[in-house]
Design a protein around this ligand. Structure first.
Ligand code: SF4
Length: 85
């Protein structure tokens, strides 16, 4: 019998279902164009889960655009002192 792939979603991350960026993942990827990243950061400003997203990005050491910032391993690019661990 072949094993099945099971995706386990952390219940603490349910806030993602209220994210303003649902369906727009490519614009938040680190490979997105500067224009796409700028538009992504603008959308973050009106997102109802911005604080949850910021905490998630730091916790997961996310690289890309999240919580209105461009991040590298969960830290704001060019501002290492701004990251809380
Ligand atoms: S803050 Fe930005 S990246 Fe985070 S969930 Fe909201 S829209 Fe998406």
């Amino acid at each position: 019998m072949r094993p099945t792939l099971t995706v386990i979603v952390d219940p603490a991350d349910r806030w993602m279902s209220r994210a303003a960026c649902i369906g727009q993942a490519p614009a938040y990827d680190e490979t997105a164009s500067r224009w796409e990243q700028t538009k992504a950061r603008e959308l973050c400003r009106s997102c109802p889960v911005l604080e949850e997203c910021r905490e998630w990005a730091r916790r997961t050491k996310y690289t890309g655009t999240a919580a209105g910032e461009t991040l590298l391993y969960g830290r704001r690019r060019g501002h290492p002192e701004s990251a809380a661990s």
